[in-house]
Write a protein that binds this ligand. Sequence first.
Ligand code: 5SP
Ligand code: CO
Length: 229
Amino acid sequence: MSQDKLELIRNAGPSVLPSLLLCDFGDLKTELARLEDAGTQVLHLDVMDGHFVPNLTYGMPIVEGIRRHSDLPMDVHLMISDPLRYAQPMVDAGADLLTFHVEAVEDAGEVAREIRSMGAAVGVALNPDTDLSALDGCLDDVDMVLVMSVNAGFGGQAFNPVALEKLAALKQSHPDLLLEIDGGINLETIGAARAAGCDLFVVGSAIFKQDDYAAAIAALDAEIAGGVS
Ligand SMILES: O=C(CO)[C@@H](O)[C@H](O)COP(=O)(O)O
Ligand SMILES: [Co+2]
């Protein structure tokens, strides 16, 4: 199931992934319908534990609730101190691609292999201050690298261009790896991320602070199309 969904995620690229962090959780069903009507192909869910990051969001019940109302592949961004503790419950709740932070674990390769053994695709994320060398030894065991362009924890932060250098370096060294960027992506920044080789573009504020999600996503798609792959 998740390998099929991984193919859907791969084939979706280049694509905008709405981050539901800033959506109206009081009316999730309508929010999901609006995103599907806007052509969304993959959802990005931000799970924060108030420990790895100073913010607390949601866990398995919300992921499972979203799964009940949408068949879209779910890219679950774990900003938590102990990803393996919750990986299987997240897969059971419907996560298709589970991404953990390299800063949270001792052996990223081992964590990636364990998540894969649970039947999910796996991504590894790194914050702006974390050097790419932190990924040494785990890139053969992941399907995707999530390059953060803000410090994980909150929506609405300013884009840090250090992410562009990392994307370009990863694209050169590992051309087959899926690359995702997250944080401060908007009409001004998305084209540069595409030009740096990015495939998946997580967007929160630049969609959810607009009245018309479809128009916001179409404008972002147009900027992606204008970038050089
Ligand atoms: O993972 C995170 C934040 O840590 C994100 O997915 C944000 O939710 C993106 O929001 P914007 O920066 O686009 O507002
Ligand atoms: Co995220």
